[in-house]
Design a protein around this ligand. Structure first.
Ligand SMILES: Nc1ncnc2c1ncn2[C@@H]1O[C@H](COP(=O)(O)OP(=O)(O)O)[C@@H](O)[C@H]1O
Ligand SMILES: [Mg+2]
Length: 273
C-alpha cells in the first residue's frame, strides 16, 4: 500500500471506536435476548461485605421457588462467590458447545462466578475489563429458560466491581441489605445513591441481624429518610450456622420473615408498574 492510500491514524482510531461500539451493541442485544424470558431481575446489594447479601439472595430465591415460581440466581460477587456453598451445591454450571447450563438446587437454577475458581479458596484478581468480559460471556452463553425471577448477588462497595456489574446487566430493581448499625446504614446509603445515579429502581431496604446483640431500626430509619420502602427485618439466629440447607426451607420463623419481604417487594413492584 502506498502512503497516499493508507488511512490516517485518526481515521483508523475512529473506525476502531465505531467497531467497539458496534460490538457493544451486539453484546447487549445478545444478552437481552438471553434474558428476555425472565420476568423480573432483582439485584441484592450493599455497601458492605458480611451484612448478609448472599444469605438474603439465597433465602429469597429458595422461598420464591418453594412458592412455585421459577427462579434463578446469578452470583456475580466476583471476589467472594459464595452462593453455591450457601446452597450446599457440589455440581457447578456446565459449559458445553458454547452454552452454559445452570446447576440446580432446591428448584433454583444457579450460575456463579465461582465457576472461574480452580478451588474454592483461590483468590482471583479481577480488573474492570475482565469483570465486564467474564460477566458478558456468561450472560450471553447461559440458557436460563423461562424464569419468573432472577436474583443477582452483587459484589459489595461502590467501586469498580459492582459498578461494572450494574452497567453490564440491566436489572429491574435492587434490594439493599443493611445491618441495624448506623455505620452499615451509612454504607447502604452510599450504595443507594450509586444505584440511583445509574437510574435503577431501589425496591427497598432489608435489615439483617436484628435482635438483642445488634439492635434494630437503622434500616427502617434509612428507608424513611430516603423515601424508600422498608421491606422487613431478619433476626440474627443460630440456625444460620448450618449452611447446606438454606434456613428459609427449615425454620418456620425465617420463612415468615421472607414471606413478609416478598409481599413488600411485590407491593413495590406493583406500585411502579
Ligand atoms: N440473620 C442471620 N443470622 C445469623 N447469621 C447470619 C444471618 N444472616 C447472615 N448470616 C451469616 O453471616 C455471614 C455473612 O453473611 P453473607 O450472606 O455471606 O454476607 P455477604 O454476602 O453480605 O458478605 C454468613 O456466615 C451467614 O451465614
Ligand atoms: Mg456474599
Amino acid at each position: 500500500m502506498d502512503e497516499q492510500s493508507k488511512p490516517s491514524p485518526q481515521a483508523a482510531q475512529a473506525k476502531a471506536r465505531i467497531e467497539a461500539v458496534k460490538r457493544g451493541f451486539e453484546q447487549r442485544r445478545n444478552i437481552n435476548q438471553k434474558l428476555e424470558n425472565i420476568g423480573y431481575k432483582i439485584g441484592v446489594y450493599s455497601g458492605k461485605g458480611g451484612v448478609g447479601k448472599t444469605s438474603v439472595a439465597v433465602n429469597l430465591a429458595c422461598y420464591l421457588a418453594k412458592q412455585g415460581h421459577s427462579v434463578g440466581i446469578l452470583d456475580v460477587d466476583i471476589d467472594c462467590p459464595n452462593v453455591t456453598k450457601a446452597m450446599g451445591m457440589t455440581e457447578r454450571a456446565t459449559i458445553e458447545d458454547g452454552t452454559v447450563t445452570p446447576g440446580e438446587q432446591y428448584g433454583v437454577k444457579v450460575v456463579s462466578m465461582s465457576y472461574f475458581q480452580k478451588s474454592e479458596d483461590e483468590a482471583i484478581i479481577w480488573r474492570g475489563p475482565m469483570i465486564h468480559n467474564a460477566i458478558n460471556q456468561f450472560l450471553q452463553m447461559t440458557e436460563w429458560g423461562q424464569l419468573d425471577y432472577l436474583i443477582v448477588d452483587l459484589p459489595p462497595g461502590t467501586s469498580d466491581g459492582p459498578l461494572t456489574v450494574m452497567q453490564t446487566i440491566t436489572l429491574d430493581g435492587f434490594v439493599v441489605v443493611t445491618t441495624p448499625h448506623f455505620l452499615s446504614a451509612l454504607d447502604a446509603k452510599r450504595s443507594i445513591n450509586m444505584i440511583r445515579k445509574l437510574n435503577v429502581n431501589v425496591l427497598g431496604i432489608v435489615e439483617n441481624f436484628v435482635g438483642d446483640i445488634f439492635g434494630k431500626g437503622a434500616g427502617e430509619t434509612l428507608a424513611k429518610e430516603l423515601q424508600l420502602s422498608f421491606l422487613g427485618g431478619i433476626e440474627l439466629r443460630s440456625e444460620y450456622r448450618m449452611v447446606d440447607i438454606p434456613p428459609v426451607l427449615r425454620v418456620d420463623e425465617i420463612e415468615k420473615e421472607y414471606e413478609a419481604i416478598v409481599a413488600a417487594i411485590n407491593t413495590v413492584i406493583a406500585s411502579k408498574n
